[in-house]
Design a protein around this ligand. Structure first.
Ligand code: SF4
Length: 511
């Protein structure tokens, strides 16, 4: 029995039975606020029963029923590397992976951040995709399902819902490798504004990355304009949750946990941030360690962090080169970052995590060295200010390879090839190796390459995902090499202006 409270169990009779699947472990899935929110919203509809599945819970958490016992299977896809596991879960239950073979028995759909950015690699498998904010989905889905007498009628009805994309009815027109255009209706992203029902933890469990806290979404979207950032593009415009909507959630949270994780791309940009911190303080709630945007860390936030005895925070300078950072759209100077570090350590923060990237457009060797220099300067400031504290903490430097994401201003950029990325990552890691109180970690660039292949791909990539679903993770590199298509064509290549991109048949809320 899982160690959780808040699971919802319903009688399946007379209801739309929906399997909500996170194709990763219980730990990863239950750490995802979007997944938790959809579980709550589906079950809030009296005509829907929603039960959860994970790769390590292949039968429903709530009732132990099998995937094929449900009318509808809804995958939550936040990360491209989960795609093979999603198909594997269908294969293991003997459910046809192709929508044209299944013909709606059961209906298979997907939503989530990765899928909303480019559903095409999984188009063949999905009867319907839901792009954007999911809050409106339960009502629409239930109505279309209960009023329809057959699969095609269901598709007719659901096709009218904003956010719905039916891959069988909208297709690319292909000539050789090139896309010449698209036939069929063009979907639009679902957008909820204002955010009246804040996304929040539905099921409490210690078996997640956030087991000691209650998560609440304070804002969606981002007021800034980093040109590599998919989160901003897919969630525009920036919308803050009004305080009067957060207060009842804080009351609920105070019954369950002493700490609240306020989910927002830039906490300090909430127009009522000071009131939020004060209301949390009145309820005895601590603010959990957030990710902060440099240059926006004000007095109210510092006080809240201090009162909550937050031990560590995350900052993302992205690069040590001011020129490159400005070119990314993150117009923050190194002195501002150093000033933030000073203020944070003075407020009692002990540990700082720093996110950097390599493979940025125009990046030269001296830019990598500037990243090393910035970390060293941050360390000096950190050590200097920490001397007043009882214990000197750690600076964790995490470096990723930049993936040019669909729908961002960088979507046509070439991606640095894995060998080159590895050399850049190693150069930074080597240069920081002997710095005390600094640790450096990075994910192998082969994973960034695979992510790029899956997120920048078209419908042809489906065959590779299916092979990966049939094989073990250890065989993925070999499967990529054996694939009759050239994976570099999708992952690495610069897309010239004029080339029609696989995901260009719909637009995000960004201008
Ligand atoms: S501040 Fe963060 S969330 Fe906002 S656009 Fe930049 S990277 Fe994206």
């Amino acid at each position: 029995m899982l160690n959780e409270t808040g699971a919802i169990r319903k009688d399946p009779g007379g209801k739309l039975n929906l399997a909500l699947v996170y194709p990763n472990t219980y730990w990863v899935g239950m750490s995802n606020l979007g997944f938790q929110t959809m579980y709550r919203l589906f079950n809030a509809h009296k005509g829907i029963l929603c039960e959860r599945f994970f790769t390590d819970c292949p039968r429903s958490v709530e009732s132990g029923r099998a995937l094929h016992d449900f009318h509808l299977i809804a995958f939550s896809l936040s990360y491209e590397l989960d795609y093979p596991a999603a198909l594997r879960m269908l294969l293991e239950k003997g459910i046809p992976v192709s929508s044209s073979t299944r013909k709606g028995c059961p209906i298979v759909m997907a939503g989530g951040a990765a899928l909303s950015a480019n559903p095409e690699p999984l188009a063949e498998a999905l009867d319907l995709c839901f792009l954007g904010d999911g809050e409106t989905l339960p009502d629409m889905l239930h109505e279309a399902f209960t009023k329809s007498t057959g699969y095609e009628e269901f598709l007719d009805r659901i096709s009218l819902v904003p956010g719905v994309y039916l891959p069988a009815r909208t297709s690319p027109v292909v000539e050789g490798e090139a896309i010449r255009g698209f036939t069929g209706p063009k979907p639009m992203l679902s957008l909820v504004d204002p955010l009246e029902d804040p996304a929040r933890t539905a099921v409490m469990t210690p078996d997640t990355a956030f087991g000691d806290m209650y998560l609440v979404e304070a804002a969606r979207g981002c007021p800034f304009q980093c040109r590599f950032c998919s989160a901003r593009e897919m969630n525009s415009p920036y919308r803050s949750v009004p305080v009067d909507r957060l207060l009842p959630v804080f009351d609920e949270a105070a019954q369950l946990r002493s700490k609240v994780g306020l989910v927002s791309t830039s906490l300090n940009n909430h127009p009522q941030a000071a009131v939020i911190f004060e209301e949390m303080r009145k309820r005895g709630l601590k603010v959990a360690a957030p990710s902060l945007r440099p240059g926006t860390i004000g007095e109210d936030l510092l006080r809240a962090l201090k009162d909550s005895r937050v031990a560590g925070v995350t900052l993302a300078p992205e690069t040590g080169s001011e020129e490159l950072r400005f070119a990314l759209g993150k117009r923050i100077g190194n002195e501002v970052i150093l000033e933030d570090v000073r203020a944070l350590i003075s407020s009692g923060i002990r540990d700082i995590k720093l996110y950097f990237m390599v493979g940025l457009p125009g990046e030269e060797i001296h830019d990598l060295d500037e990243t090393v220099d910035l970390v060293k300067r941050i360390r000096q400031t950190f050590i200097h200010v920490s001397r007043g504290n009882r214990r000197i903490g750690t600076i964790n430097v995490s470096i990723n390879t930049m993936v040019p994401k669909p729908h961002t201003p960088f979507e046509r950029q070439a991606m640095v090839e894995p060998g080159d990325a590895k050399a850049r990552l190693s150069r930074i890691a080597r240069a920081l190796k002997s710095e005390s109180n600094v640790t450096v970690s990075y994910e192998g660039p082969k994973w960034a390459y695979l992510q790029a292949l899956l997120c920048r791909g078209d419908r042809n990539v489906f065959g590779l995902i299916l092979e990966m679903a049939r094989g073990e993770q250890g065989s993925w590199q070999r499967l990529m090499k054996d694939w009759p298509r050239n994976p570099d064509y999708y992952a690495l290549r610069e897309r010239p202006v004029g080339e029609i991109l696989p995901w260009s048949f719909y637009r995000t809320g960004c201008t």
